[in-house]
Design a protein. Structure first.
Lengths: 146, 171
């Protein structure tokens, strides 16, 4: 067997296998919402999730503070600044077939508020809420697309 | 000594060792049949040869030439070591299966199938349609945490409570 043929075969194998092992890029949409009971007002930008929010929470007002699209690559944290010294860091830590695993860290003045790791399928949303903000609370809506 | 004797005596040793030509042999043998002095000399040479040959043959008969085998073995061991590539080639060359070139595309096809089917299958984990989002872990040093997963919907909620006065705002 020719040496060159073997080297070519090995190269072909690596070419085929390595891309399947590497992470694909994942798009994550982060929407930061202020929910309160200060009058009935719905941000038009939240029309697509209004019904969902209404069925889950008992707030009368939802206002979109920030809408960010993140392109995540494997194990590279991306930071999203939030109001009032808060910050959110999202990292793609793995891909498992039709799901991606995200690590989400929320900090306030550099101190940890929440550290969580979730698995999401494409199109699903995870809501993280509770931190007080103004007269209401903050809700972080994260959805992944891949 | 005659001139012919001196020329024959020079050939006698070669004659005894059977290294003479046909012409020299006939010359020596003709002379020996006529010359008794040279014949005596040839007989003495033959006896001396027998005396020397006997102990050598006796020693050679007793020897099993073990040292010869040892030397051959040493030569084999001292051959330069093959590189991994040469070793692989020689092993593949030994197998009659690998001598047929049809195995090259066959193996390539098998590897392609493996890489395209098996690797993604191994990487697939937890693809059950009922588990479309899961919380692996949650930690919060200052907040109480509630995780709410809708049974039929497509939303998972992680809610942070920062004190006893804050109640869950769910409807």
């Amino acid at each position: 067997m020719n040496r060159k043929i073997l080297v070519l075969l090995l190269g072909l194998m690596l070419f085929l296998i390595l891309p399947s092992l590497a992470f694909a890029q994942v798009q994550v949409r982060v929407r930061i919402i202020e929910a309160s009971n200060a009058g009935p007002s719905i941000d038009p930008a939240l029309r697509d999730v209004h019904d969902q929010l209404g069925s889950l929470f008992n707030f009368s007002s939802y206002r979109l503070l920030r809408d960010v699209n993140l392109n995540l690559a494997g194990n590279r944290p991306v930071e999203v600044p939030v109001h009032a010294g808060r910050s959110m860091e999202v990292t793609l830590v793995g891909e498992y077939g039709k799901m991606v695993e995200l690590r989400i860290k929320i900090t306030r003045e550099g101190l940890p508020v929440l550290n969580t790791q979730v698995r999401l399928s494409s199109g699903r949303t995870i809501l993280i809420g509770g931190p007080r903000h103004g007269g209401g609370v903050l809700i972080f809506a994260l959805s992944a697309k891949f | 000594m005659k001139d012919s004797c001196s020329s024959v005596s020079e050939l006698l040793e070669k004659y005894h060792d059977q290294e003479v030509t046909k012409q020299e042999r006939s010359l020596v043998e003709d002379h020996l049949s006529e010359c008794s002095a040279c014949r005596v000399l040839a007989t003495e040479m033959k006896e001396l040869g027998s005396l020397l040959k006997a102990p050598v043959e006796e020693a050679a008969g007793k020897e099993d030439f073990y040292w010869v085998w040892q030397k051959v073995q040493r030569e084999i061991q001292e051959r330069p070591r093959l590189t991994w590539w040469e070793s692989l080639r020689s092993r593949l060359g030994v197998s009659p299966l690998f001598r047929k070139k049809v195995w090259v595309p066959a193996l390539t096809a098998a590897m392609l199938i493996l890489s395209l089917i098996v690797v993604p299958a191994l990487m697939r984990e937890n693809t059950s349609p009922t588990k479309l989002s899961t919380v692996e872990y949650v930690e919060s040093p200052d907040y109480n945490v509630m995780i709410y997963e809708e049974e039929k919907g497509n939303v998972t909620v992680i809610w942070l409570f920062d004190g006893p006065d804050q109640e869950a705002p769910t409807s």
